[in-house]
Write a protein that binds this ligand. Sequence first.
Ligand code: ATP
Ligand code: MG
Length: 648
Amino acid sequence: MGELLEVYEASTSASLAQYKATHASSISDVSGYWSELAKSKLTWFAPFSEGLSGSFEEGSVSWFAGGRLNFVGKENETAIIWEGDEPGNVKHISFHELKNEVCKIANALKSAGVTKGDVVTLYMPMVPELCYTMLACARIGAIHSVIFAGFSADAIADRIQDAKSKWVVTASAGSRGGRNLPLKTICDAAVKKDRCVGVVEKVFVFDGKGETGSDWEVQDIHVKMTELVAAQRPVCSCEWMDAEDPLFILYTSGSTGRPKGLVHTTGGYALFAMHTTANSFGLSQQTAASTDGPKDVYACVADAGWITGHTYIVYGPLLNGCSTLMFESTPMYPDCGRYWDMVQRHKITVFYTAPTAIRSLMRFGDEAPNKYDLSSLRVLGTVGEPINPAAWKWYFDVIGKGRCAVVDTYWQTETGGHVITNLPGITPMKPGSCTLPCYGIEVVVLESATGKEIETTEAEGVLAIKQPWPGMARTCLGDHQRYLSVYMKPYPKYYFAGDGCRRDKDGYIWITGRVDDVLNVSGHRIGTAEVESALVAHMAVAQAAVVGLPHEIKGQGICCFTTLTDGHTESDDLIKELRQAVRTQIGPFATPDMIIPTSALPMTRSGKIMRRILRKIAAGELDSLGDTSTLLDPSVVDTLSKKVEQAR
Ligand code: ATP
Ligand code: MG
């Protein structure tokens, strides 16, 4: 990864120089920079008195104190293009309709007793009602907590209990990839658990597609939401919120431990979502103020249950007045051409997905994308993990036809929005690097042992942010000490992101993986992402996950788990070849000690590999696996530990 010096020009160097000047001035006075934007971009009921106050150390950051606001939208343009599970099942929802639906749901919630500051748990399929209900909560000042519709009853119950959520909104059922999602049944199982009894007052159930499999046995708890909403007036005055009032809470993916309920605010988050969406995807010129000129058709195909869906399906595009696509299905349904079929049908201009999706589609070759007209595309985005250069190039060449910018957006649930990314048409791209910091974000690299800021351009260490920004999470719900100890205390005066990185001679950031994942092999620090990238570059490898292994001599050894592409089977020769591939690409010091081909890896439901589980499997510590509630398929643990035993 580090050896790839290819640079893909974005445009002229003049615009990069302009970016650098704007960025430098934005971080020389972050309070002033964000205050100006907040005044011009958001509508305030009462003006704020102060931009930034508080500090990382005290965990007291506040933006736009005293200001009061709520969101207002445009009227007749398309707000949401909804693409249902079955291809061609499409709805266009204008901003006017969106506002009416949001008001009706807001009134329905209010009529049942939901008030400002209450936590409303949403366990919904990817249907427009999910987006309406999120915004309805925002309108009345309730705090939404969206739980991805793939989670189990236990995971829902944990989150309901943690957030003391009196209200739950679900649908009778949903469908995804042609399969029925019995959401109400799962939700009922959660609500009936001891830890939720007495917490939950009402479960609002929208009519959904498919069988519910569960009757209305708990009449005093269940509310037929579709009927209740239909009875409401489409007018509901909004609650004027303090800029620092919580807008929502969201639990992290759980890749590294017990999920944290992060709290995001009304003013700062909204501004940050809006600003980063416009900049990172180059929307500003096209949709912000002017109504003429080409319009973007923007599609983020994440699930609304993750932060990517919150910021880049719902809040970011809608606050910019840009139409946003909501996708109910999967990239594989009915076949691996689904995304590209959608691009052609909706003339999508901005398409945003994750490396795991790109890698899995790449396995099927170029035939599917080549069948469709992809000429509407202008910007391609990626998020969630470091993207290996081979997948980046496939995305750039085969999907973008070498014409589109690929924006590699680095951020976290905690950051609320992008903090490092290239800007289309401005930043020259290097495959695998998320490039340069966003406006108003001061990124630094710290020595991991001492926490000293590394001043030289070329640097290797841990990634940190030096000054507060409006979109940062303000606390972990009900556990401010955890917030302080995870993000603020490891390196006092900095926000610690938990990721390792390298900064190259051009100041470009390369994420090397979670700090916990950096290996120390005979004194060499090796990023797991680098070894994975070397493996995935081999034709036979679809996915790779690399973890450390206790090793008597080297301290740590390298253990690689790989899934194989179609047409390849595991053999000793293949393992030798893969070992050689890592030696050639990185160096003999990175020679894997163990390579385990497998048919599946432990994934979170958001599609990330759970390396902490693999570490335990590699070390044979099966009795201390930790929280496995976010694991998609728990049976892989057994299969893999048997394979590791055999390989020893
Ligand atoms: P948890 O915090 O519960 O362990 P998580 O970190 O997977 O879960 P998210 O907030 O969804 O939860 O993911 C953020 C992380 O994803 C980042 O800290 C980083 O490790 C990784 N990441 C996101 N985008 C990129 C990117 N463009 N390049 C490299 N890594 C990325
Ligand atoms: Mg994280």
